[in-house]
Design a binder for this molecule. Structure first.
Ligand code: PAY
Ligand code: ZN
Length: 305
């Protein structure tokens, strides 16, 4: 039978459709799901986090944070995030993923950019904020977080795709997201941000080729997670080493506030279709990715006090 919402993983969806899906889940599963409005984007769209917890006192257990859609054109990212939400909430066989861990999932961190890629420019990456010094719009949200902000791999030019903004957390999207995470930082043990493309599991730091002291713990868990992937293989390693130095990234910031496990996953493909991954690949990518969450949930249940 057809599900009672207008969502699937055989096509890419507009923001209103994604938000209607979140609202449907919140209404239909009030004991399991809480929809949290954490603020507004530059163009005043709501920013939503969904909490999934079967705990009698949600908010007290170890938690996993997952976000998507930091970059507007990486459409597979919100698609995978919404798939994860659907699987955790609606599939009884996945209940074990909820038995020890709470989940906070924000499928579209940059809704203005996401809508702009649907209406106007499919290759837009940044937010849509107006600059006071340039007619070029937008800041790279993944150069705007407040750890090593303004370092390597971040442009001072508002016309560049990697523009860092006027200061750390200049964007309402990164400010609201980081404030929410900070408020839950004693609970959140794993930060996972979904990007595309390249098929990488990236470990901090990204601001330069620098390894946190517990890098080997992060590497072991990422390798274990990546071993679940069958159809699409991922390369695991340090972010600045595998790609390039990029300061102001969300993963570095999450690590810097004490979230032990912090990762950027670059979803498929490896460049054949790049940002315009065909819709026929959404479901295969989602299904291949989901089993890795069991590895994360098992670790987080006991890892970090
Ligand atoms: O952790 O250093 C990091 C993130 C690096 C990503 C970034 O530049 O923000 C990598 C790119 C991304 O997903 O945005 C990779 C894609 C293919 C790009 O646009 O270059
Ligand atoms: Zn990205």
């Amino acid at each position: 039978s057809k599900a009672a919402y207008n969502m699937d993983w055989i096509s890419y969806h507009r923001l209103n459709n994604i938000y209607a899906f979140l609202t449907y889940l919140n209404t239909t599963y009030p004991k399991l799901v809480q929809l949290i409005n954490i603020g507004s984007s530059y163009e005043k769209r709501p920013l939503y986090v969904i909490r999934i917890s079967n705990s009698s006192s949600p908010g007290t257990r170890p938690a996993i944070w997952i976000d998507g859609g930091i970059h507007a054109r990486e459409w597979i990212s919100p698609a995978v995030a919404t798939y994860i939400i659907q699987q955790l909430v609606e599939v009884p066989a996945n209940a074990k993923l909820l038995s020890n861990v709470d989940w906070y999932i924000m499928p579209v961190v940059n809704p203005d950019g996401y809508e702009f890629t649907h209406t106007t420019n499919r290759m837009w990456r940044k937010t849509r904020s107006v600059s006071s010094t340039s007619s070029c719009r937008g800041v790279d949200p993944n150069r705007n977080f407040g750890f090593k902000w303004g370092g390597l791999g971040a442009s001072t030019n508002p016309c560049q795709d990697t523009y860092r903004g006027t200061k750390a957390f200049s964007e309402p999207e990164t400010l609201a997201t980081s404030n929410f995470i900070k408020g839950k930082s004693s609970q959140i043990k794993l930060y996972l941000t979904l990007h595309s493309y390249g098929q990488y599991a990236l470990i901090p730091y990204g601001y330069d080729v620098v390894y946190p002291p517990d890098y080997n713990d992060l590497l072991a868990l990422a390798n274990n997670a990546a071993s679940k992937f069958v159809k699409y293989t991922y390369t695991v390693g340090n972010s600045a080493d595998l790609l390039y130095a990029a300061s102001g990234g969300s993963d570095d910031w999450a690590k810097s506030i004490g979230i032990k496990y912090s990762y950027t996953f670059e979803l498929p493909d490896r460049g054949t279709n790049a940002f315009t991954l065909p819709a026929s690949e959404i479901l295969p990518v989602c299904q291949d990715f989901f089993p890795a969450l069991d590895v994360f949930a098992t670790k987080v249940a006991t890892c970090c006090g």
